[in-house]
Write a protein that binds this ligand. Structure first.
Ligand SMILES: C[S@@+](CC[C@H](N)C(=O)[O-])C[C@H]1O[C@@H](n2cnc3c(N)ncnc32)[C@H](O)[C@@H]1O
Length: 291
């Protein structure tokens, strides 16, 4: 979605995770057994994933990015991202750097919304924080579980829509790299890789929901970290968070070249008045504190 060169490895037909696998696991609700299931997955399917996907993905650090702050990108362990799961990119790296700056540690409760491969969740878990992650895609959920198991980290990964699986719970830190790319289609994709980036004509379908839902998921004094492209309206995010009772500011920025998705929509973006035709976009980290 950002500077996305073909970072997601090709996967053979009959890819890594199917509903059938869940059925073979007994059709149980696997939420209670994330590590157990991840171990099962690691033993039965993981090795094939690792062999076939060929390589791990490392966050792109500063490669191709013009950072607007001098904070170094933290070192990230590689994660596996099969086809259909968002491989860590510049937005992932920027969000991870922002997480580091919050200095989470043992005792910090973290929620990662739209965890994908689990890269950001794992980074937080390595600090000793207690991490819960959510994704709408089963493939992403299973990938994040297996990446956590391989790293020896405990991350509870739920499948569901944004904060729905954790309704009633509150966290010290909520982080999210949600889908935010403006798309000509009004309807959000229900499956496929585009579910990781397409976010309606103004790119705000998920962002606006997160701005509205964040206070209920945060403890008093808790922090929200959100990354998105300036194409979908930095001021709008700040205004919506303020409207939800949060103190919000832009904490970090990076300028990166358009990736293939934005490039394919460049003229449409200009017609919509969302871009000026430049092949660069700005990513922003929004930090908001719950009063
Ligand atoms: C841009 S990717 C970010 C992945 C990862 N956090 C990272 O930074 O590399 C967005 C993720 O949000 C997930 N997602 C999309 N809609 C969602 C929803 N309604 N609820 C939860 N997750 C969602 C996608 O499946 C995808 O994994």
């Amino acid at each position: 979605m950002t500077a996305a060169e073909p970072v997601i490895p090709a996967f053979p037909p009959g890819g890594p995770v199917r509903e059938g696998e869940r059925a073979r696991a007994g059709g149980r609700d696997l939420q209670g057994y994330p590590l157990l299931y991840a171990k099962w997955w690691t033993r039965r399917i993981g090795p094939k994933v690792v062999r076939r996907s060929g390589r791990a993905h490392r966050c792109p650090d500063q490669d191709g990015v013009t950072p607007m702050t001098s904070a170094p990108a933290p070192p990230l362990a590689p994660v596996f991202a099969p086809a259909g799961v968002y491989a860590p990119q510049h937005d992932t790296a920027l969000l991870t750097r922002a997480v580091t700056a919050e200095r989470p540690g043992p005792g910090t409760e973290v929620l990662d919304l739209g965890t994908g491969s689990g890269a950001v969740a794992l980074h937080a878990a390595r600090t000793g924080a207690r991490v819960t992650a959510v994704d709408i895609s089963w493939t992403a959920v299973l990938t994040a579980r297996i990446n956590a198991a391989r790293a020896g980290c405990r991350v509870r990964v739920h499948r569901g829509d944004l904060t729905t699986p954790v309704t009633g719970r509150t966290f010290d830190l909520v982080v999210s790299n949600p889908p935010y790319v403006p798309a000509p289609q009004e309807t959000l994709p229900a499956s496929g890789p585009a579910r990781a980036w397409d976010a309606g004509p103004d790119g705000r379908a998920l962002l606006d929901r997160i701005c509205a839902d964040a206070p209920a998921a945060l403890r008093p004094g808790g922090t929200l970290l959100l990354v998105h492209s300036a194409l979908c309206g930095t001021e709008t995010t700040l205004r919506r968070l303020a409207g939800a009772g949060m103190r919000a500011e832009v904490r970090d920025r990076a300028r990166i070249p358009y990736g293939p998705v934005l490039n394919s929509r460049r003229e449409w973006l200009v017609r919509q008045g969302l871009a000026d035709g430049s092949p660069w976009e700005e990513l922003v980290i929004i930090r908001a504190v719950h009063a």
